[in-house]
Design a protein around this ligand. Structure first.
Ligand SMILES: Cc1ncc(COP(=O)(O)O)c(C=O)c1O
Length: 419
């Protein structure tokens, strides 16, 4: 076992890092060189156990879109959950029905008819894929866009990345550095339809490649996938585990990319930190799963439903999406200014409040995470460990203010001058 992460001068945090290394397997989390130890969080700020303040550029992992300790969210969450059992697996609560109806309504397009709960993104993905596979048992083939991340478990893991151990999975290209004309992608799809006539059950894609390092496709790409699915009666599954609830500057990314998927999978931000996920879409697909075929212990539990309702309330009452949209150009301008200042920043990609800042190489990216954390001493900026080796993810809570953004950019200017 390698030595635990330690940082000079952080007596308390170092003790927790050592204790963690002795008790919890490192496979639990992805590598983040700071391994920040937090004892308090409020709004967009975090406080470390050694008393330092950080501006959060992660929202956990794009989860706490409303920031930490949001007054209205916390109050409503407590009210919704009051008096209810923490688990209601074999019972029905009015709250679950209300949360489901409101969630479906929030998607607001004709195919958003019915839903299934899940307790993590990967579970939601798996349930969506099961639904599509059950509807057409004679169709075993699953198509995924290359470079996606849909989770690590089960079928979600099978359609993640560039290659699969599952012999029924096929990949098609997703525009990344190289953007081919539409005919290129169309030819790949048509080749598959020809190779597997009436054998393809589903196509799954992400609105943008998140974990791969923020690649946001041209606006014609997803409609092209959708049209192909419609032509061949293939279920079009849109993985919005990361993009849901405002990230791209619309409530949902299918609105940003102008498609109407057969199934949309939601997760992360939909309950502002309470573990909850969902599949929403066509009733005939959802109903292809019979009693128990998509059941598990925690899905749709009262706390998750309370958090879903409280999150929707805050989005409705506080104009969170509009705020995100207003902050987007400021963020882009700020990140582009950093790119112009520092040679080691190679590219900035993103939309709404989700960006990838691509660095020269992996070592520089890790240095940048560490220097941002050290910041100006008084204030640092908290990042996830680099994605795809060298891309820093920028995804602050959607409630970040212009002042806080300015603060973060100033800290980064000072911190990255030391790289
Ligand atoms: C687009 C996307 N899909 C699925 C997942 C898996 O979600 P979970 O980690 O909750 O299983 C993630 C998580 O990062 C994601 O970003």
């Amino acid at each position: 076992m390698s030595a635990p992460i330690q940082h000079a001068g952080e007596t308390r945090a170092n003790r927790y890092r050592r204790r963690l290394a002795e008790t919890v397997g490192r496979g639990q989390a992805t590598y983040t060189p700071t391994q920040v130890v937090i004892t308090r969080a409020k709004g967009c700020y975090l406080w470390t156990v050694d008393g330092r303040k950080l501006l959060d550029f992660t929202s956990g992992v794009l989860v706490t879109n409303l920031g930490y300790g949001h007054f209205r969210f916390e109050k409503l969450y407590r009210e919704y959950a009051r008096s209810l059992p923490r688990n209601a697996y074999n019972m029905l609560t009015p709250l679950q029905v209300q949360a489901a109806e409101r969630l479906i309504k929030s998607l607001g397009y004709p195919k958003a008819q019915k839903m299934l709960w899940a307790a993590s993104g990967a579970e939601g993905i798996q349930k969506a894929m099961w639904a599509a596979l059950h509807r057409h048992p004679e169709r075993p083939i699953m198509v995924a866009t290359r470079g996606g991340f849909h989770g690590k478990k089960g079928l979600a893991g099978d359609v993640t990345g560039d290659a699969s151990k599952n012999p029924n999975v096929r990949f098609v290209s997703f525009p990344m550095y190289e953007e081919h004309p539409p005919a290129y992608y169309q030819a790949e799809l048509d080749g598959l339809a020809k190779a597997f006539p009436n054998r393809i059950a589903l196509l799954i894609t992400e609105p943008y490649l998140g974990a791969k390092g923020s690649f946001h496709p041209p606006k014609w790409y997803h409609p092209l996938l959708q049209a192909w699915c419609e032509r061949h009666d293939i279920a079009f599954i849109f993985d919005e585990v990361q993009s849901c609830h405002g990230r791209t500057g619309n409530m949902y990314a299918f609105q940003t990319y102008e498609v109407e998927p057969d199934l949309v999978v939601l997760g992360k931000g939909m309950a502002n930190g309470e573990p909850a996920a969902a599949v929403v879409g066509r009733a005939d697909l959802i109903d292809s799963l019979d009693y128990g075929e998509a059941s598990d212990t925690f899905s749709g539990n009262p706390r998750a439903c309370a958090a879903v309702c409280a999150t929707l309330d805050v989005f409705e009452r506080e104009g969170i999406v509009e705020h995100c949209r207003a902050m987007a150009p400021r963020m882009l301008e700020g990140l582009n200014a950093l790119r112009d200042q520092f040679d080691f920043i190679r590219r900035v990609r993103g939309e709404g409040l989700v960006y990838g800042v691509e660095m020269l190489d992996d070592e520089t990216a890790n240095r940048c995470v560490l220097e941002a954390y050290r910041g100006t001493g008084k204030l640092g900026v908290h990042f996830l460990g680099p994605l795809a080796g060298k891309v820093l993810r920028v995804s602050p809570p959607l409630v970040i203010t212009p002042h806080q953004l300015q603060q973060a950019l100033e800290v980064l200017t000072a911190a990255w001058s030391r790289v």
